[in-house]
Ligand binder design. Sequence first.
Ligand code: ADP
Ligand code: GLC
Length: 482
Amino acid sequence: MIKTLFVSSEAHPLIKTGGLGDVAGSLPRALARANCDVRLVLPAYPDVLEKSRITGMKAISEFTVLGEPVTLWQTRLPGTRVLVWLVDHPYFSARPGNPYCASPNQDWPDNHLRFMLFCRAACELAMDRAGLNWRADIVHANDWQTGPLPLLLNEEKNRPGTVFTIHNLTYRGLFTWDAFDQLKLGNDYWHFEKLEFFDYAAFIKGGLVYADYLTTVSPSYALEMQQPEHGWGLDGLLRSRSDRLVGILNGINTDEWNPGTDQSLAQRYNRNTLKRKAVNKAALQEALGLKVEPHVPLLGFIGRLVEQKGIDLLLQVLPGLLKSGRIQFALLGSGMSHYEASLTELARSYPGRLSVTLGYSEELSHQIEAGADLFLMPSMFEPCGLNQLYSLRYGTPPVVHNVGGLKDTIIDADANEEEGNGFVFPDATAASFLSALERALAAYTDGDRWRKIQLAGMKADYSWDASAEAYRDQVYRPLLEA
Ligand code: ADP
Ligand code: GLC
């Protein structure tokens, strides 16, 4: 058994703001199946404590980091046997709401202190200094919030191997000199080969510079991030570490995202009963105030309303399509206020055809995946993307930009008649997006062909097992054998 400390700032269903939550909520369980003895470490946010109290939790340790007392709670990831360790400090337990920000456009001002404390606590756990008689072989950290952890471990003797997974290079955890100074890391780290990044301290560099292995969530993104266009100033560093950088595609939780058993749906269906999907379309149209028109293609979008997700392209192509009366559109998301305002405004112009739901809803996200005919992901970049995988499983062919994980998972149905499972556009322009959409809408009118495209997506295997084995065999084992 490989003792693996998996450290993340979120994990579904305890706490989730995006795909990292999905991954940290599923990969540890798959690693356990792949012969790893996993402990998942999370901050004890109020929501997490509340949910864990219901399933059962107990305090298993108290220790201090730089004089700050921390309580460690042990619980299990709901619905699994995975052991979860919750790092309890008022930085987390006294901050309800979003884990990272006080309001949508305003981060908590002390995030540097909060996540440094989290990393220091995880370091104590990894080194078996919290009296738990469990010492990690591998510490697997994720995204900027855990970036300093490989750095801290690098200072230890007889330390575990360290792995840092990049889920999104644009979130780098940037803090000023004054904030850096409060971390008590030592001024040596303020150096461009260490944490310093254009006059800021970048938490992500703790992982990029010091982890033994770097991974990211698709093979294509592993290549893209080494190029200036997608490297966000870190491409040089990533190139210098390319011998230790591995792209491993995410899986999905196939229990939760299964149209055959999904409790959120008006009508469950599978490959053999695909016709029943139409019931979900009608229910969604009804619920969202769209006209119940079975033959008008219903397009879906779910996601954070940020530049990455290609909202600008959506806003460029939607008006024309809506005006023509050829489509309906259902959007669920939240994010930047200017996008929220533009979408709301557009929805006012097309009642019955465009539905915009601002906010976060697990249930509606499942209903859109099942009820929509087509799913749109015009992302500018996409490290992996999970919604296109959910869409494939729900028989809702995606239209995607040819980047990152979208490129690695979607096969264009016009280019490959046998295996095509969606539609891919090459350029991040409205014209390129629109032309793929037109191709998708044309295919939709041909029932047999459409069904073939749906089935190509539904029959593939997107479970986590292959990815967990790749982490074990391509990253953990080589580290242990080194
Ligand atoms: P990212 O991590 O960049 O946001 P992913 O596609 O990897 O993108 O994952 C996003 C996850 O968050 C998916 O599970 C998606 O369904 C979910 N999600 C995003 N926005 C919402 C929302 N408003 N309501 C419900 N789920 C959402
Ligand atoms: C990030 C990326 C997304 C990826 C997710 C999980 O948030 O934006 O593409 O699927 O992490 O790895």
